[in-house]
Design a protein. Structure first.
Length: 587
């Protein structure tokens, strides 16, 4: 379990104290049978009441000391395990935030939730039991064996036979349990994913009236989880009584053999009594060890799943060791005085987990500083892929992308993304106030900046509402319409700032008049930023300085509206299907 290596140095001191307390507690428990033997042999058998009091007080003192050690151990183990769980959850969340896009595509949301909750709790409980039980049970078991052997070697052979039998049963139990617990965690992933999908698409479920279908799907996943849980638990349920039976048979053999040895005069009653107590301690220790190993099997599956998150590829953290077209190796964003704001040069890219067919093939275009570009094309033509490559969610398989003359692979990824304001297709707002959403990318924005951005994005409706910027938004902005969410998303991007603004079909939910006002207001700010419209609307594309036409990931046209109407049949088809017969002015 490699995940523990990272955290052991943080907790070695309290962990060591807990182990010392466990050792002290085990030692006190082991003294009990020895004192009992003295009480019987030296006190009761000889009718010496003073010896009974003497050894009884010793036993009472050992029990009190053991209780004190146990209290200290329990407090330390609880505190350490809770700190461990909190640190592990924090590190997992931090890792997920820095996932590469490939990692995001690999893990389903439901699986990540299960790993951060159920799996972390399983590991945390194991750490707790490790400090409370795991070390005590072996110490008590080994100590009981040693002391029992010192009392009578012949009877101790029975103990060795019982332990050998229990060890074999434990090995078989672990071999059978581990794969079942792995399948159990996967079933839990599927159930959480089902719940996450339903909660995300609850409006669509209501609109289509597919309640029964969703219930049937949930019932299927729930039943599968139930069955996997039963299959995993049945191993423990079956083997635990066998372990108890094996140890019980050992106690019977001790009593039978001890009684015969007593009649022969080779053993005293106190030794038999101590032996029975030692056997009881060994039984309890073996049962605890069994529970710990069963817990270990389940924790192994959880630890492996957590390790998969930590070992997943992270996002690009720093500049790659390359030299861009301008010979750049530094990670700062150049000043906006550079003539070219953005350039794609012979870029080819295929999604890592896709069909292998390039989503973009040999794409080249430039956007001057303060200029605007519209990217238009049919659905699935690769328009949004351009935005993902620009902010380095993925790297192209071939070709180069430069921002202000510098290859983006030679830039620090955080500096790159700070220089680009992106409004994605799906407007994502977070639970909280309107203000907290607007300043998400620029926490220092003042009231004047917020007001100007809201006006530019056509989101003045926020200031007209009760509580204005302090109005509460539900998760995902559920108390806003689609068009309102898009306008808030645009305002958030404007407040963030940057030298390049990318609008990825960000006005699709707006009516034509509102969209026109927003577009004109944004283009009026071209002096301080370059604008890229990724759109399916010709009316939006026509407002840009240049239009780039995509189909099946390939360039089919590049130029002004007038040039494309003359030279690009695909663009003419899009124009005719949307605006046929309507004459628009050209830029």
């Amino acid at each position: 379990m490699n995940i523990y290596r990272k955290y052991v140095p943080r907790y070695w001191l309290p962990f060591s104290v807990a182990i010392l307390c466990v050792a002290g507690e085990s030692g006190c428990d082991l003294l009990g049978p020895a004192f009992m033997a003295h009480i019987i042999n030296d006190g009761i058998e000889k009718n010496a009441l003073g010896q009974v009091y003497r050894w009884g007080l010793c036993m009472l003192a050992a029990t009190a000391a053991g209780a004190l050690f146990a209290v200290i151990r329990n407090i330390i183990s609880s505190v350490v395990s809770q700190h461990f769980g909190a640190d592990l959850r924090y590190d997992l969340f931090d890792k997920i935030l820095h996932f590469s896009q490939q990692s995001v595509d690999r893990f389903e949301p439901g699986s990540l939730i299960t790993r951060m909750t159920n799996d972390v709790n399983q590991v945390m409980n194991f750490v707790n039991s490790l400090m409370r039980i795991f070390f005590k049970a072996p110490l008590t078991c080994i100590g009981s064996m040693i002391l029992a052997s010192m009392l009578n070697l012949r009877l101790s052979l029975i103990i060795y036979a019982v332990i050998l039998c229990v060890g074999l049963l434990l090995f078989i139990s672990m071999k059978l349990s581990y794969p079942r617990y792995s399948m159990l965690q996967k079933s839990m992933d599927a159930l959480n994913t089902r719940i996450d999908e339903y909660l995300t698409g609850i409006r669509l479920v209501k609109a289509f009236g597919t309640y029964r279908s969703e219930v049937d799907k949930f019932s299927s996943d729930n039943t599968d989880l139930y069955r996997k849980n039963v299959h995993a638990q049945i191993i423990i349920t079956f083997f635990t009584p066998l372990l108890t039976l094996a140890t019980g048979c050992g106690i019977i053999l001790v009593l039978y053999t001890g009684s015969r040895m007593f009649t022969q005069g080779t053993i005293r009653p106190g030794e038999i009594s101590a032996f029975v107590i030692y056997m009881g301690q060994i039984l309890q220790s073996l049962l605890k060890i069994t529970n710990v190993f069963n817990n270990f099997v389940r924790t192994s599956a959880s630890s492996k799943r957590i390790s998969e998150i930590f070992s997943a590829p992270s996002d690009f953290e720093t500049a790659d060791s390359i030299c861009g077209p301008s010979g750049m190796g530094n990670s700062h964003v150049p000043s906006s005085s550079t003539a070219t704001a953005l350039s794609f040069s012979n870029v080819t890219f295929a999604y890592p987990e896709g069909s292998g067919k390039p989503a973009l093939h040999d794409i080249s275009f430039t956007v001057p500083q303060g200029g605007s570009l519209a990217v238009i094309g049919p659905t699935g033509s690769g328009k949004s892929t351009l935005a993902w490559l620009l902010i380095r969610l993925y790297d192209p398989d071939a070709g180069t992308i430069t921002v202000h003359g510098q290859n983006i692979k030679g830039m620090d990824v955080h500096d790159l993304r700070r220089s680009i304001a992106l409004v994605p297709q799906e407007s994502m707002l977070f639970s909280g106030t309107a203000r907290s959403n607007l300043v998400w990318g620029n926490s220092t924005a003042d009231a004047e900046t917020l007001t100007a951005a809201l006006h530019t994005a056509g989101a003045d409706f926020i200031t007209e509402r009760d509580k204005s910027l302090d109005m509460l938004l539900g998760s995902g902005g559920v108390n806003l319409s689609g068009g309102q969410k898009q306008r808030l998303s645009i305002a958030r991007a404007l407040i963030k700032g940057g030298q390049i603004l990318v609008l990825d079909d960000a006005t699709s939910a707006l009516d034509a008049i509102t969209e026109s006002h927003v577009r004109k207001a944004i283009l009026a700010q071209k002096t301080r930023m370059s604008v890229i419209f990724i759109t399916q609307r010709c009316s939006t594309a026509m407002a840009a300085d240049r239009i780039f036409v995509l189909e099946n990931g390939e360039c089919c046209g590049y130029g002004t509206h007038k040039e494309l109407m003359q030279n690009c049949s695909i663009y003419r088809d899009i124009y005719d299907s949307q605006l046929g017969g309507i004459q628009y002015g050209t830029n």
